[in-house]
Write a protein that binds this ligand. Structure first.
Ligand code: ADP
Length: 248
């Protein structure tokens, strides 16, 4: 079964109010993603990437069309159900990490579980996720005591803690230097190898080269959908980057 099934998704904005000019942000998008995919969403500024992210993330509803998430029709759900689908089915990773400042890595990771009805030990589950992203030794650290890359790892642990249907990452390495960005891409590749489904919005084709499939938007339409044939290995590229770094 497809994890994501978008059919003829439209999103129209009326910035000038009801009688104002219509802006078509998405013009009837068809898109399907299966479990285990790692997809980059690309396109120039204004092409509809954020609008698509908001719809995929159940933060916004389309003006037309249908969105099946894990077999659930989201477009017709009431706001409570919509929020419940969002909290239980999607793990979010943002460019700016979005961690709570006065809260430890462990507590930040456990946060989504407060909305979960699953009967699990929150601390144990969050600790397991932090170990999975390589932060087993830093669970009690506050975000200010962690590097940018480590903070993004916490955000990724938090995104996985509910065992979502997919991880939705919005320019996840946009605030990180090249080596740290490669570390995060390597982590995503490892998680994907272990079966996690990941959708990542990015401006950079170098980053898209680490995914398995690239879709490109232009003017609210899907203009290209292609597999990545020569997929790069972020861990290998990271090793090469280190070798090339001038020693001083
Ligand atoms: P991208 O993320 O690729 O830059 P967006 O999804 O933000 O693209 O925008 C797609 C189109 O929709 C653009 O023309 C943009 O101006 C328009 N748009 C986006 N959000 C709004 C909004 N809230 N009100 C009016 N127009 C919007």
């Amino acid at each position: 079964m497809a994890v994501i099934e978008l059919r003829k998704i439209k999103r129209v904005y009326r910035p000038g109010g009801k009688n104002g000019v219509e802006v078509y942000a998405l013009r009837g998008l068809d898109f399907t993603a299966e479990a285990g995919e790692f997809i980059a969403v690309m396109g120039p500024s204004g092409s509809g990437k954020s609008t698509l992210m908001n719809i995929l993330g159940c933060l916004d509803k389309p003006s037309g069309g249908t969105y099946l998430l894990d077999g659930i029709e989201t477009s017709e759900s009431d706001s409570g159900t919509f929020a419940m689908i969002r909290n239980s089915k999607i793990g979010f990773v943002f460019q700016s990490f979005n961690l709570l400042a006065r809260t430890t890595a462990l507590e930040n990771t456990a946060l989504p579980l407060f909305y979960s009805r699953k009967r699990i030990n929150r601390k144990e589950r969050a600790a397991a996720m932090l170990r999975e992203v390589g932060l087993g030794e830093r669970m009690d650290h506050l975000p200010s005591q962690l590097s940018g890359g480590q903070q993004q790892r916490v955000a990724i642990a938090r995104a996985m803690v509910n065992d979502p249907a997919f991880i939705l990452a919005d320019e996840p390495t946009g605030n990180l230097d090249t080596a740290t960005a490669l570390e995060i891409m390597s982590l995503f590749q490892n998680l994907n190898r272990r079966g996690k489904t990941i959708i990542m919005v990015t401006h950079e084709s170098e980053l898209a080269a680490y995914t398995k499939r690239v879709i490109t938007l232009r003017d609210g339409e899907l203009v290209s959908d292609r597999p990545v044939h020569d997929r790069r290995d972020a861990a290998a590229d990271l090793r090469n980057t280190n070798i090339c770094t001038p020693q001083n």
